[in-house]
Design a protein around this ligand. Sequence first.
Ligand code: TYC
Length: 109
Amino acid sequence: MDKNKPREDGSVLLKERTKLQPKKPGKYAVVILNDDYTPRDFVVWLLQTVFAKSLEKANQIMMEAHTTGKALCGIYTKDIANTMVLQVRNLADQYEFPLECRIEAVKEE
Ligand code: TYC
């Protein structure tokens, strides 16, 4: 039977309920990458300014990137994550530092 076609009494059989529920927005991690030229203080300032991190947390994130190659700055919806990346790139460009930042899709269970 065609599920979407109205029946004689005018009612419609709905497809599975799950299909009617809006999809949850995906989550995206914003990560910064280490490099040899961007000053540590700039990275800390940027983390406080763009990601609203405390001085202590910003230092911790900067040191993680410095020692392991990359660090998580935060998890956001796609639009917000992209906006954060643009802000980081704009500030890094403005000060002529090669700091790189990117988003990574977070797998949902
Ligand atoms: N490695 C840089 C330095 O020694 C500091 C730095 C830390 C740069 C974290 C980028 O994401 C970064 N000046």
